[in-house]
Each structure stands twice: as structure tokens, then as C-alpha cells.
Ligand binder design. Structure first.
Ligand code: PAF
Length: 284
């Protein structure tokens, strides 16, 4: 079930390909929750074989981010994968992925760098180089596993759009499947980082979904000017919230919108008691 070595994964995949089986990849950083399980379910339904990768990718974390404390729950993750019908979990070490001593500076690694237009906004503004790290590791995982399908969550909307763009621009022969955001009963979008929230933080974090639901309702009533829509958010925020961004973009190209229309994606990032949370919705 668990493989740590690239060479072993390649052997398994090559046998499955010889047998004519289709392969789905679900890339994750572990600490699996219902959101991940929905991606796994989609892959298991769509493909003959499903591989889940679990790798906390150091090159997508900035120097002051949570790489060291990112939750690691490999035993529970393996159990969940087994019960969900996963065929193989690939969980390499950083040196397996990036070489002995894994020197990770830009001078020592070939990076896949998405277009600036996609990374001069939203999460990339505060997470410099984040999407270079994401695209590089995803490209490596694609090359190692060579899946027919790869499944990603709509929760990381900017990541999903950037990966789709990479696949299109580099003619990668993989179909990207996206799955809707999974929320808890109070509306909070599931994320491995929700574990960092205190009990009060959990209450304050509900503001993100409330803001999005309210924006959808305002749009339905006819408010399309995005400045006015941003203002509707203020009533949900207090001094426990630090709004990083609330933006309106085209759902395919990430182009900014001043007037919302049917193609609008609304994205929000808020620090709640210093935990960075993101959420998004299609305006219709
Ligand atoms: O979304 C994630 O968990 C990560 O960014 C990904 C796609 C697994 C790459 O490390």
C-alpha cells in the first residue's frame, strides 16, 4: 500500500499500464479529511487504479510559513486511504523528491514557473514563489506517476486554475478533474489548517462562508459593482479578522472584474487569530 521510492511506484504503474488499466492521481500533503476523501472517491469512481501522494512539499512554503508545524498524520491517512479503496499511497521523503541533501534554492533546481499574470494576485501576493513550488512538485508527480487523470479540489481555486494552465500550455496528457469544496455543518470549508484554530477561532472563521453566501445573495438581487460587493463583507468582520483579500475574477483566466457577471469567481483570504484561511465560490 505505502511506497516511498519513485522506482517502486514506476514499477507498479508500468505493470498497470501493461494491463490496460487507467490511473488516477490525487496529490495531497496528508492530514487527510473529508475534502480529500471526496477527491479520492472521485478518482476511485473514475479510474481503475488510484494513487494518493502524500508529500509536504518544502518548496511551496515561504520562510515564515508553517512547513515545520504542518500536521503529519500518516498512520491515520493510510487507514483512510485503505478504506476508501486507494491502490497505492506514494509518500516520498524530500531527498527522494529533490535529491540528497535536497538543496532547494532556485540555483539548484529546475522549476516550473506559471505565468506572472496568474501569480501577481490573490494568494501569490503574500506567498511569494508558492505556485512555482506547487507547479514544480505537481509536474514531478505527473512525471513519476503518469496518470490519466489527476483530481484537485476547488477549495484551492487559484492552484486549480494555475495547474490547468500548466497542463494546457505544456501539452501534458492528463485530464484534470476538479471537485467541489466540502464544508463542515457550519459552512467552514474543510482544510488541514483548520486544526490550528482555537474554539473561538472556529467561530470567527465562519465569517468567510457568510461573506460569500451574502455576496451571492446581493448579486442575485442585482448588485454587480464589485466595490459595492466588497463593502457588504465589512459587517461580518471584527478585530479577530485580518482580511488579506476579497477579489472578483474570471473563473477561467483569473482576470480581475470590476463588474461581476455569470463567470465570476469570488475569492477570499482572511487571517483568523493568525491562522490563514481561504475560501471561494462561483457567483452563480
Ligand atoms: O493542494 C495541496 O495539497 C498541494 O498544494 C499539492 C497540490 C498536493 C502540491 O503539493
Amino acid at each position: 500500500m505505502l511506497e516511498k521510492k519513485i522506482i517502486e511506484v514506476r514499477k507498479r504503474v508500468s505493470q498497470w499500464k501493461k494491463d490496460g488499466l487507467s490511473i488516477g492521481l490525487v496529490p495531497t500533503m496528508g492530514a487527510l479529511h473529508e475534502g480529500h476523501l471526496s477527491l479520492i472517491k472521485k478518482s476511485v469512481e473514475t479510474c481503475d487504479k488510484t494513487i494518493v501522494s502524500i508529500f509536504v512539499n518544502p518548496i511551496q512554503f515561504g520562510p515564515s510559513e508553517d512547513l515545520e508545524k504542518y500536521p503529519k498524520t500518516i498512520d491515520a491517512d493510510l487507514e483512510l486511504c485503505k478504506n476508501a479503496g486507494v491502490d497505492l499511497v506514494f509518500s516520498p521523503s524530500p531527498s527522494e523528491m529533490y535529491g540528497e541533501g535536497h538543496i532547494l534554492s532556485n540555483d539548484f533546481l529546475t522549476y516550473v514557473v506559471p505565468p506572472y499574470f496568474y501569480t501577481d494576485k490573490l494568494c501569490a501576493k503574500s506567498r511569494i514563489g508558492h505556485f512555482d513550488g506547487v507547479c514544480t512538485v505537481v509536474m514531478k508527480l505527473f512525471n513519476i506517476v503518469q496518470p490519466d487523470y489527476a483530481v484537485f479540489g476547488q477549495k484551492d481555486a487559484q492552484q486549480l486554475i494555475v495547474i490547468k494552465k500548466m497542463v494546457k500550455d505544456l501539452d501534458i496528457p492528463i485530464e484534470i478533474i476538479s471537485c467541489p469544496i466540502v464544508r463542515d455543518k457550519n459552512g467552514l470549508a474543510l482544510s488541514s489548517r483548520n486544526q490550528y484554530l482555537s474554539e473561538d477561532g472556529k467561530k470567527y472563521s465562519l465569517a468567510l462562508n457568510k461573506i460569500l453566501v451574502n455576496i451571492k445573495a446581493c448579486y442575485k438581487k442585482g448588485i454587480t459593482d464589485t466595490k459595492s460587493l466588497v463593502e457588504t463583507a465589512l459587517v461580518f468582520l471584527n478585530n479577530h479578522h485580518e482580511l488579506e483579500y476579497l477579489e472578483f475574477v474570471d473563473k477561467n483566466t483569473l482576470e480581475n472584474k470590476t463588474v461581476a457577471d455569470g463567470d465570476t469567481l469570488v475569492l477570499i483570504a482572511v487571517r483568523v487569530d493568525n491562522v490563514r484561511l481561504i475560501d471561494n465560490c462561483f457567483i452563480i
